[in-house]
Design a protein around this ligand. Structure first.
Ligand code: C2O
Ligand code: CU
Ligand code: CU
Length: 543
C-alpha cells in the first residue's frame, strides 16, 4: 500500500519528466521508504471500522510480533470534518481487553474511550460523535488502565485529521503523503535477540518510563521521503511512551510551526528546534525549494533516562528528498483568529499536585543507575534550591554543585548513593506509586466535577521531583497561562491538550463543553504512560 502510493507519486513525476535519473537512483538506495498511513474509507453505510489486531513487523531483518489497527502496526488515519457526525465500529481481536481513546477530540465522556470503555477480547463497540472544534491533528490509542503503556508499545496508535472550512481556505499543503506528511515518532526496545518488543512495567519504568534504543518514524528506522519543492507540511506526533524529543533539521533550516495540539496558530512561528512531549502534536512548514536533501532529527534532551545512545547526539528520524516538481501549497502570514485567552478572574481554581512515592522515586532511580550508570540521569534540575529532590535518597556534596543559570549541573562523580536505604520495604507496591493530590487513580471515584461550559484554571504542579510530566486533559482543548513558571513559548499559546510540568508548576485555562458522568468520567493524567499506568491519573465528571 505505502510502496504503491510512493510508486504512484514517482511514476506520475517521471511521466511528467519531473523525476530526473539522479533522483531515481538516489531514491533506490537501501533506505526504506517512509510508510504513509492510509486514510480510512467509510463503508457503504458511511461508517468506519477499526480492528485492534496482532501482526508482525520487520526490524533489523527480523520478524517481531506487533499490534496495529486494521494492520500490523499503528493504524489508518481517521479523517473527519467539523460538524459532520461520525460512527466508528471498533473490534477487539486481541487476547486482552482494550479501549480506543480519541486524544484531543472534544467529545462527550461516553464516547471518549477512557479506561472504563473496555472492549473485551473478541467484542466490539460502536461510538458515534460529531466533532465541533477547529481543524487539528489528533490521535487515537488504547487507554486500558495499567496496560496503556504496554498496548501503545505493541504498536496501537493512529492519527485523526480533523478538517474545517477555515483551514480549507488557507491553501496550506494538503496532498496527503506528498506535501502534507505525517510523522509518528516512537522509540522501542527489542529483546536482545531482536525478535520481540521488550516491554516491562517494573519499578525503573514506573519511575522514569519505558524507553528504547530504536527510533521509528511511522514504524520504520530512518526512512526517506520524496517531496515536491516548495512548502512541505509535516504533522508531527510524539507517540513515544515516555521520551520527549527535540525536533530540528540536519542543516538547521528553520521550521515554521503552524499548529499545536488543538489546531492552527494565529500565525506561523519560526523555530530552530521544537521540543515535543510524549502525546504532543505540532504541524510545521519547511521550505524545500532549494532542492537539497536534509534530515529531520531529534536533538539530545536532558530528561532522565533519555540521554543514552543513540540519543546522545542528533539522531536522524527521516530523510527528506525534494524532487524537481513544484509544490502548490503556500504559507500564509496569518492563519486563524485565535480567541483571546479568557480572563482567569473569579474562575474555579484547581490545584493538581503530581507526586511519586519516595520509595518509587528512590528505588526507580537506583535501578536506572544500576542498569545504565549515571549517564542515564540526565541533567537533573534542582527543585528551586531544594536539595532534597530525590526523596532524601541522594546525598550531594553541595560544595561541588554548580548553581549557575538556575539549572543545576552536578558533578555526578560526587553523588553518594545511600545503598542502605534501598532495601525494598515489604509490601511496597509501585503499581500505585504515582499519585495526584495524594491519590493513585481510582476508576470508581472521580476526583471532582467541573461545571459544563465554565472556564476553570488548573494549576498542575510537579514541584518535588526531578521528573518530566507531560500532562494531558481529556474532553477539551485548553490554553496555557504559564508553563514551569514562565509564559508559554509563542508556538505554545494556541489550543493545547498537553502541557509540560517539569520540576515546577504550570497553569492552564480549560473549559469543558460536553458532559461526562461518573461512569464515563474524563481523565486527566501524566502522558508518560508508565506514570499514568501506575496511578498518576484522575477521573473527573462534567455536568
Ligand atoms: Cu493520549 Cu488519556 O490520553
Ligand atoms: Cu486524551
Ligand atoms: Cu509523569
Amino acid at each position: 500500500m505505502h510502496r504503491r502510493h510512493f510508486l504512484k507519486l514517482t511514476a506520475a513525476l517521471s511521466a511528467a519528466g519531473a523525476l530526473p535519473l539522479w533522483s531515481r537512483s538516489l531514491m533506490a538506495a537501501t533506505r526504506p521508504l517512509l510508510p504513509i498511513p492510509s486514510i480510512l474509507q467509510p463503508d457503504a453505510r458511511g461508517q468506519y471500522t477499526l480492528t485492534a489486531m496482532s501482526g508482525t513487523s520487520q526490524w533489523n531483518g527480523k520478524s517481531v510480533p506487533t499490534w496495529g489497527y486494521n494492520g500490523n502496526l499503528l493504524g489508518p488515519v481517521l479523517r473527519l470534518q467539523r460538524e459532520k457526525p461520525v460512527t466508528v465500529n471498533i473490534h477487539n481481536r486481541l487476547a486482552e481487553g482494550t479501549t480506543v481513546h480519541w486524544h484531543g477530540l472534544e467529545i462527550p465522556g461516553d464516547v471518549d474511550g477512557g479506561p472504563q470503555a473496555v472492549i473485551a477480547p473478541g467484542a466490539s463497540r460502536q461510538v458515534s460523535f460529531t466533532p465541533d472544534q477547529p481543524a487539528a491533528t489528533c490521535w487515537f490509542h488504547p487507554h486500558q488502565h495499567g496496560k496503556t503503556g504496554y498496548q501503545v508499545a505493541q504498536g496501537l496508535a493512529g492519527l485523526v485529521l480533523l478538517e474545517d472550512m477555515d483551514s480549507g481556505k488557507l491553501r496550506l499543503p494538503m496532498q496527503w503523503g506528498e506535501d502534507d506528511v505525517p510523522l509518528i515518532f516512537q522509540d522501542k526496545q527489542l529483546t536482545q535477540d531482536g525478535t520481540k518488543i521488550d516491554y516491562q512495567l517494573d519499578i525503573m519504568r514506573a519511575a522514569v518510563g519505558w524507553f528504547g534504543d530504536m527510533m521509528l518514524t511511522n514504524g520504520v528506522q530512518y526512512p526517506q521521503q520524496a517531496v515536491p519543492r516548495g512548502w512541505l507540511r509535516l504533522r508531527l506526533l510524539n507517540g513515544c511512551n515516555a521520551r520527549s524529543l527535540d525536533i530540528a533539521t540536519s542543516d538547521r533550516r528553520p521550521m515554521y510551526v503552524i499548529a499545536s495540539d488543538g489546531g492552527l496558530l494565529a500565525e506561523p512561528v519560526k523555530v530552530e528546534n521544537l521540543p515535543l512531549l510524549p502525546g504532543e502534536r505540532f504541524e510545521v512548514m519547511i521550505d524545500t525549494s532549494d532542492g537539497k536533501t536534509f534530515d529531520v532529527v531529534t536533538l539530545p534532551v536532558t530528561q532522565m533516562g533519555m540521554t543514552l545512545a543513540p540519543f546522545d547526539q542528533p539522531l536522524p528520524l527521516v530523510q527528506i528528498l525534494p524532487l524537481r516538481v513544484m509544490a502548490s501549497g503556500t504559507m500564509p502570514d496569518k492563519l486563524v483568529d485565535l480567541p483571546l485567552v479568557p480572563s482567569s478572574e473569579g474562575v474555579q481554581n484547581r490545584w493538581l499536585q503530581l507526586m511519586m512515592d519516595p520509595q518509587l522515586d528512590q528505588q526507580g532511580m537506583q535501578a536506572l543507575m544500576d542498569r545504565y550508570g549515571h549517564k542515564a540521569m540526565g541533567d537533573m534540575k534542582m527543585d528551586h534550591g531544594s536539595m532534597d529532590m530525590m526523596g532524601g535518597a541522594m546525598k550531594m556534596d553541595h560544595g561541588n554543585m554548580d548553581m549557575g543559570g538556575g539549572a543545576m549541573k552536578m558533578d555526578h562523580g560526587t553523588m553518594a548513593m545511600d545503598h542502605g536505604s534501598h532495601e525494598k520495604p515489604a509490601g511496597y507496591d509501585f503499581h500505585n506509586g504515582n499519585k495526584i493530590n495524594g491519590q493513585a487513580f481510582n476508576m470508581a471515584k472521580p476526583m471532582f466535577n467541573a461545571e459544563l461550559g465554565k472556564v476553570e484554571k488548573w494549576t498542575i504542579s510537579g514541584e518535588g521531583d526531578a521528573m518530566l510530566h507531560p500532562f494531558h486533559i481529556h474532553g477539551a482543548q485548553f490554553r496555557i497561562l504559564s508553563e514551569n513558571g514562565k509564559p508559554p513559548a509563542p508556538h505554545r499559546t494556541g489550543w493545547k491538550d498537553m502541557v509540560s510540568v517539569n520540576g515546577w508548576r504550570s497553569e492552564v485555562l480549560v473549559r469543558f463543553n460536553y458532559v461526562a458522568n461518573a461512569e464515563n468520567a474524563y481523565m486527566a493524567h501524566c502522558h508518560l504512560l508508565e506514570h499514568e499506568d501506575t496511578g498518576m491519573m484522575l477521573g473527573f465528571t462534567v455536568s
